[in-house]
Design a protein around this ligand. Structure first.
Ligand code: HAM
Length: 413
């Protein structure tokens, strides 16, 4: 027997109930983002593999083990995008967007791919909504990005939200700090997990992220980047904090906050929700002042974030606006089928969600079905049109389709 066909591991179908919530979230996101001056932007789902190696970083988990990479028919190496920032930075350079008034503020929504171990809230294909503001290093952009995500999570009905905030400093200051950290890790090499030992040179910061008890004990005493910021970076961070304080946003400064991407400089942040299990990150981001230059463009600062759509929906208890209740057009006998079809069309043209009998049910079966659909009224089309209000139970004859449409328009949603 042929193997049963199923959606690939770590992927899922969006069933209609969820489809509705995703739509509504998209609508609310667009409305919040528009108010902050961000404009919609799209980049391809496939990019040159090199973009992520250079942008996200060779030593990150994403590039080392999580990318869906394949060769196309021309022998080029392509990758399904694991994140959005590298693609946006590539597009900024490709379209000469540094010539536009700065900062350029963009937002996106779409599918991303990471070959991770699938579990609740962690998928191999997932959707993100995200923003990027390129062309200014003003701390108000950092604060605005954070505020924007906080507002979006609130509009989405996400609860038990906690914001963690830190600064990684500029690339130069970080390089000096990383040397110091490497020195410290080497002094304690024997106590560290093998994985961390293997990455002392390439990515010593990841040691802060380890679950391994020995490593955790060593890291408790490790030098902290936040205590080693240069004057400019410390000032920048203080200003971001002051703006957030002024806006009434609460946050925890967390010197152990490590993001899984190499491009970050200065501000980094992550929103978590207590409603989620192990995969508690709803959204996160930060500043990436060296990325555009690293991809061959002019020196251009940038800041942004992305949030997981599935995680937002898991952490939200909001209905996110269900479907409006329909009017149901029933058919009393076969003779009424064409009139019923015409009435349903007229109701839909008048902006009313309308369901029509289309499965050969008896009249009794149709009324039961209308009830199941939560119909607010039923129009029974036979000799004439009988109008039944499902709320009051009241029933009356209407003279023609126009009158039926007029009544339907006047109904409560
Ligand atoms: P990220 O933290 O890797 O950042 O991902 C952002 C969000 O995407 C996470 O907080 C999570 O909600 C969601 N997410 C990530 N991986 C998965 C997965 N396997 N399954 C479900 N959801 C997932 C970035 O991607 C950066 N590009 C954000 C950014 C934009 N930084 C600056 N600009």
């Amino acid at each position: 027997m042929a193997a049963k066909l199923q959606a690939p591991r770590g992927t899922f179908d969006v069933l209609p109930e969820d489809g509705q919530r995703r739509r509504e979230l998209y609508r609310r996101a667009g409305s919040v983002l528009g108010r902050y001056g961000y404009r919609p932007f799209e980049t391809p789902v496939i990019e040159d593999t090199d973009l992520f190696a250079r942008g996200v970083g060779e030593s990150t988990d994403i590039v080392r083990k999580e990318m869906f990479t394949f060769e196309d028919r021309g022998g080029r190496s392509l990758t399904l995008r694991p994140e959005g920032t590298a693609g946006v930075a590539r597009a900024y350079v490709e379209h000469g967007m540094h010539k536009l008034p700065q900062p350029v503020k963009l937002w996106y929504w779409g599918p991303f791919f990471r070959h991770e171990r699938a579990q609740a809230g962690r998928y191999r294909q997932f959707a993100q909504v995200g923003t990027e503001a390129l062309g200014s290093d003003d701390p108000s952009l950092d604060a605005e990005s954070i505020l924007l995500l906080a507002e979006l999570l609130e509009a989405a009905g996400v609860h038990e939200v906690r914001l963690r905030l830190a600064s990684l400093g500029s690339l130069e200051a970080r390089a000096a700090y990383l040397d110091k950290l490497r020195g410290y890790l080497r002094e304690h090499e024997g106590e560290l997990s093998e994985d961390v030992q293997g990455r002392i040179d390439a990515n010593p910061l990841r040691a802060f992220d380890a679950d391994h008890p020995g490593t955790r004990a060593v890291m408790a005493g490790a030098p902290r980047l936040l205590d080693n910021l240069s004057g400019d970076d410390a000032e920048h961070f203080a200003e971001v904090r002051a703006l957030l304080d002024g806006a009434g946003v609460s946050y925890d400064v967390d010197p152990t906050l490590v993001r899984g991407l190499d491009y970050y400089t200065r501000t980094v942040f992550e929103f978590e929700s207590g409603r989620l299990g192990a995969q508690s990150g709803v959204g996160g981001g930060g500043r990436y002042d060296g990325l555009v230059e690293q991809l061959g463009g002019p020196a251009t600062p940038g800041v942004g974030w992305a949030a997981g759509i599935e995680r937002i929906l898991l952490a939200s208890d909001s209905e996110l606006g269900g479907f409006p209740r329909p009017v149901y057009v029933a058919v009393a006998d076969d003779g009424g089928r064409r009139e019923a079809f015409a009435l349903a069309t007229a109701l839909r043209e008048a902006g009313i969600r309308t369901e029509l009998e289309q499965a050969g049910r008896s009249l009794k079966g149709q009324l039961k079905h209308a009830d199941r659909l939560g119909a607010k009224a039923v129009a029974i089309v036979g000799e004439g049109i009988e109008w039944k209000d499902m709320g009051t139970g009241e029933q009356r004859s209407v003279t023609n389709a126009q009158e039926a449409v007029r009544i339907a328009v006047g109904l409560e949603p």
